[in-house]
Design a protein. Sequence first.
Lengths: 440, 305, 277
Amino acid sequence: MTTIPQTTHASRTAGIPSILKTAVINALVALVLFSLMVGIRTEAGSDGQLTYWTRFGELASLVAVVFGGSIVIELLRQWIGPSGAERLVPPAVHTGMAFVGRFLAPALLIFALLVPVIFYNQRYILDLAILVLTYVMLGWGLNVVVGLAGLLDLGYVAFYAVGAYSYALLATNFGWSFWVCLPLAGILAAFWGMLLGFPVLRLRGDYLAIVTLAFGEIIRLVIINWQELTGGPNGVSGIPRPTLLGIPLDNSDDGLAAKLGIEYSPTHRIVFLFYLILAMALLTNWVTIRLRRLPIGRAWEALREDEVACRALGINTTSTKLTAFATGAMFGGFAGAFFATRQGFISPESFTFQESALVLAIVVLGGMGSQLGVALAALTMIGGFELFRGLETYRMLVFGMAMVLIMIWRPRGLIGHRAPTVFLTKAKAISSDLVKEGHG
Amino acid sequence: MDYFAQQLINGLVLGSIYGLIAIGYTMVYGIVGMINFAHGDIFMIGGFIALITFLILISLGLTAIPVILLVVLLVSMAITALYGWTIERIAYRPLRHSFRLAPMLSAIGMSFVLTNYSQVAQGARVKPIPPFITGGYTLHESPDGFVIQLSNIQIMVVVTTIVLLAIFTWLVSRTRLGRDMRACEQDQTMAALLGVNVDRTISMTFVIGAALAAVAGLMYLLYYGLVDFFMGFVAGIKAFTAAVLGGIGSLPGAMLGGLAIGLIETFWSAYFSVEYKDVAAFSILIVVLIFMPTGLLGRPEVEKV
Amino acid sequence: MSGESILKVDKLTMRFGGIVAVHELSFAAERRKITALIGPNGAGKTTVFNCITGFYKPSGGTIRLTHDDGRQIALERLNDFRIAKQAKVARTFQNIRLFPGMTALENLMVAQHNALMRASGFTFLGLIGVPTYRSAEASAIALATEWLRRVNLLDRADDAAGNLAYGDQRRLEIARAMCTEPALLCLDEPAAGLNARESAALSELLLSIRNELGTSILLIEHDMSVVMEISDHIVVMDHGMKIAQGSPREVRDDPKVIAAYLGTDEEEAIAVMESGS
């Protein structure tokens, strides 16, 4: 895309009257927008008859907020200069960030390892940490597809679902253990990835996006409707908890606590789950980092940069895309199996498009292709999401707004550079302005 | 045969609604090259505004149905169009020249915002309205008692769709705005250099798309007699599927795709299973794209080397 | 010449809908020689290239590639990546297609994808880090380094390809094509946009590729100074057909070529042709 100078902020140096004018216009727009949706509240009565009542107070305060907000934003815009939110961050901070970046990853890792020690008695934090790590793993998995290979996958949750249901059904129907099912869940998810990928990977760009979205919906709808197998909307319950090499982590006589001769505590299982997902996520990360340095990983990135050039170099683009798709799907499947064993209960509600969008948002916010960025983004998004737990109904509203604002603030994500996979003398970070996004 | 004919009518009506929404997707895609994920929610907002306007007009004591319908149509089109305009201004314009995924995620975020805004503002419960337009015609009655019916509301949906399409086609092919839109679609930089106000043209695209979605919302409300805050997601995905099926960027394609999805869904429900109707629609999308990678009417992509 | 030719194009025809871009074109490229394909804009040169390198499937005719060991490959039957992989035909593009977000070195590593894939045991052995893969990677880096040195980009090895100057990008693209160790190198306007000094360096590079490595080269070029200086054989196209061929001297003096190149304005045509002598 070409850059056309933006004209929207030409009135930068305007005075107070123009600020007020903008604010009045914005307030008027808000008034019209909210007039019916907020000013009037409808509700279906018990007899099915619709009634309504007015809420002009709320309407007035919303319009006032927009008016005040516009003035504040306009003033800020004048003080800071041209729109570029980028400029809020001076270059010195950027270099500082790069410096911190080098120590951030190891620091985060050490912190992650110590979380169960520090927060041993805070079940809530441990649960949240497990949730964050699950999304870190999902983000790293999708990063292979979107960030490295540049293929837009809007139905990633399908593979998460395949993994979760694979484990849940194999464990509840045949009594197979978690450790047998975990690789199977990954393999099955990868298989489904190939199955979907094979016919559709020659589609480009947004066609691929809609097909993956459609696939995600198909999987979810089949799970809902194939009641004999999946239990339909009721889901699968009683999914076995994982064991430590066959030793259950429960209160029984051959449980881990009894064998070690220590007092049983339900926290043991939580801590175990925490380290399990940490190990799985780190394995994903390790494999991805290694893959990037192998020819297949370089081919993925080359594919993102220029598919035609790849073909001219003799790279089989179909199989390269397929392996990216399958690898990403496999990690999604592993994460799904973990999700099933952690929850003990799964239902189609956990595998909606919102999940796919959330994971995609984590990858893009992270800075496509950056492993550290994805981890930070998962921490920010899931953590931030939790902060609004109290405001149940406003939660998704705030989440959506945050997504819009974050994209406007940093369209290329938190980590704005790419690390080369091989170097002769010195590894120099490549600015993400040069890095392509892929067409697929 | 009678059963088939009845389903054909039902499918065409549903398809008309999908087609109206799909046009909004395809127009925005054609000009800005982004999937406006929030478009399905615009349709939902349109339905809500139509519902609220109905309520107010009736409580004011209006009884003339044609007048009510006209006022509701105009109000919901106007306010929903303003929603379209505002969303473009806030969430998409700052990202116009950014990377491809940024506006898409911004759109997904906007879709969450609209869904939950409407849930917060109007509550989560389904909002039914009493049937406004009743009656219809019996087209054919077979000896075994099966009747093919064409209700007035069905006629209204199809006629409104055809009229809107005619106006819309005229707008795109004959007016200055239409020419500007087509110019921006080809090359924004060049269009800007030749004096086309690109910002305004893109804004107008969102406005028109949202207005058409509002009409679809009104039709949906009249046809099904209810709205709820979540209906935008499913309808949006279906309409988007229709736009892609028809060949995204192609306006006749969007309508054709809408009709195709409407028919597939109706026939599948009628002859196979209701539960799997969406699976059928999505599967056919995948199959069509495998054999026609740019949809039914999309321009085949010539690979430039 | 027939026995020595590496590439034989016979009655190649390419139609796009009703338009005939290339009509029954026949020519041959000799082994270890530089063959130039020239002609006015729109003559169909790039279409011929795209047919040879598998981006288009020809409407008719045959394209035979004969390897050193006598193995013959029908290029018109292979598609896209197989031409580069199996037939060992490498190409560059008119509008440079590097991987801009990857370093110069990475670009050259990607070019060695197929060899490295085998060495990495299709990723599985590479993942666990077997020594054979490590040595294969080391020699791939060595080959890439050697090519960076040849195209004078050794000090830019770790810079993003998208950050290189235009002329450097052109040379890097040639180096990348050479890293696939091709039997036939196809260059689409390698001198486009280069200044006189860079053009001269390019000529030198291409001659060294021919002389030292014995790689056969087929090139499309508008810069007559480059074409006349380095070509062993020239094929002239116009309107999708061959109108002349021969040595640079023969072609330069051919009145048909002069007429085709600049319509009827012979004086100007002669000026262009002579600028290359």
